[in-house]
Ligand binder design. Structure first.
Ligand SMILES: Nc1nc2c(ncn2[C@@H]2O[C@H](COP(=O)(O)OP(=O)(O)O)[C@@H](O)[C@H]2O)c(=O)[nH]1
Ligand SMILES: [Mg+2]
Length: 378
């Protein structure tokens, strides 16, 4: 019988050989995989080049658990390589548990801010009784979120204030994130860098048609704005104009198409521009955030279609993204979803009739594939 001592020594000397074999096998296997060739690669010296950008989240303390899953995914799929900061905003103070858990998950700096009073209250020109009656009516009619007062403050805040919060002033770009959303594909390039290098102002993943009963007078209000501020609008007959994405009858009516704003990667200087501020103030004065239920998605999207050139709006085609109940999953070229994603490409909303993405692609004369950032090497 071999004494146990010799057995241990034998095993120990065998260990390095095993490790070598495993490493060699790993290298052989890796060669089977096609390497990706990145347009937007990390600097070779290992340093991280970050843009002046942050994630921005409007959240409540009670959203914490849904948010943790989302943050974990975002970190694993993207941010652990880049360490972008997070700005958490709330109409109430964040509690210690929220701060501790979110800071724990983040590989970047975390900032916590409360909204200033004018960001979450009624402006003095709003008739609050009229607003209350309208909520009651919309609730009785079954309009989605029709009876919710806080939802209206949320939509107004996202339309006109988040980019002016003191914590956001230091940044040039934002990536809006919500609790409960999922990121289903590896994001192995820096979207903020793409925004900057390609001079993009707005990026989306999903587009949809809005519920008409939430925005009955929005388009008339927008038409007044266009008349009063023609200097802010790209003429509809210009080849750069995105106007035909939001109207099917040369501006007579709104076709309800909008970018789904729960995912946005966009320019803060655009939102802080006089053009956007004049637009928001005009809408705000009209009162539709409270007398109707104007969402920040159509508000942002109409602004983008009026003020931005086709070339300034980017479809983040290569991101797998889910917000209940819709997902966007890259479908072509096939390798994106096969090798980088966990979503089902056949389940992507893009070709569904509720989506406005094919109309967008048609108008800008591109396909999803044209928006892919990283390329498979030949
Ligand atoms: N702090 C705070 N955040 C809110 C409130 N209502 C909604 N939100 C946030 O605003 C975003 C949009 O709200 P959500 O309920 O997801 O609306 P939906 O996406 O339109 O269904 C999410 O990030 C929510 O966490 C609120 O009353 N207070
Ligand atoms: Mg949401």
């Amino acid at each position: 019988m071999i004494p146990a001592r010799y057995g241990r020594i034998g095993l120990l000397s065998f260990l390095p050989i095993c490790l070598l074999l495993i490493t060699y096998y790993g290298m052989l296997r890796k060669k089977d995989y096609t390497a990706y060739q990145y347009d937007y690669d990390h600097p070779k010296d290992g340093s991280i080049q970050r843009e002046n950008a942050a994630f921005v989240l409007l959240v409540r303390n009670e959203d914490l658990n849904d948010l943790r899953e989302t943050m974990q995914m975002l970190e694993d799929r993207f941010n652990k390589k880049y360490h972008y900061p997070y700005v958490f905003l709330n109409n109430e103070p964040f509690d210690d548990k929220f701060r501790e858990y979110t800071t724990g998950l983040s590989s970047g700096k975390t900032y916590y801010g409360q909204l200033t009073p004018e960001m979450w209250t009624y402006p003095d020109w709003i008739d609050q009784e009229k607003a209350r009656l309208s909520r009651e009516k919309m609730n009785a009619e079954g309009v989605i979120y029709g009876g919710l007062e806080s939802y209206r403050h949320m939509c107004r805040f996202q339309s006109g204030f988040f980019f002016r919060h003191p914590l956001m002033k230091q940044f040039d770009y934002y990536w809006r994130v919500e609790p409960h959303v999922k990121f289903n594909c590896d994001i192995d390039y820096d979207p903020f860098r793409v925004m900057k290098e390609k001079d993009l102002k707005y990026g989306f993943a999903i587009s949809l048609t809005e519920y008409g009963n939430t925005v009955p007078t929005l388009w008339d209000t927008v038409k007044e704005f266009i008349q009063q501020y023609p200097q802010h609008i790209i003429p509809a007959n210009s080849s750069d104009s995105l106007m035909r994405w939001i109207t099917n009858d040369d501006g007579a009516s709104y076709n309800l198409c909008h970018f789904w704003s729960n995912f946005e990667i966009a320019s803060l200087s655009w939102l802080r521009s006089q053009a956007y501020l004049d637009y928001f103030n005009h809408l705000d004065k009209a009162g539709g955030f409270f007398y109707e239920r104007w969402g920040d998605a159509p508000v942002h999207s109409i602004a983008a279609a009026l003020m931005l050139k086709k070339s300034e709006v980017h479809f983040f085609y290569d991101m797998g993204y889910y917000h209940n109940p819709f997902k966007h999953c890259p479908t072509e070229p096939e390798w994106l979803s096969v090798e980088k994603c966990s979503c089902d490409p056949t389940d992507s909303i893009d070709k569904n009739s509720w989506s406005c993405t094919s109309q967008f692609l048609q108008l800008v004369g591109k396909t999803g594939k044209d928006f892919v950032i990283t390329q498979r090497s030949k």
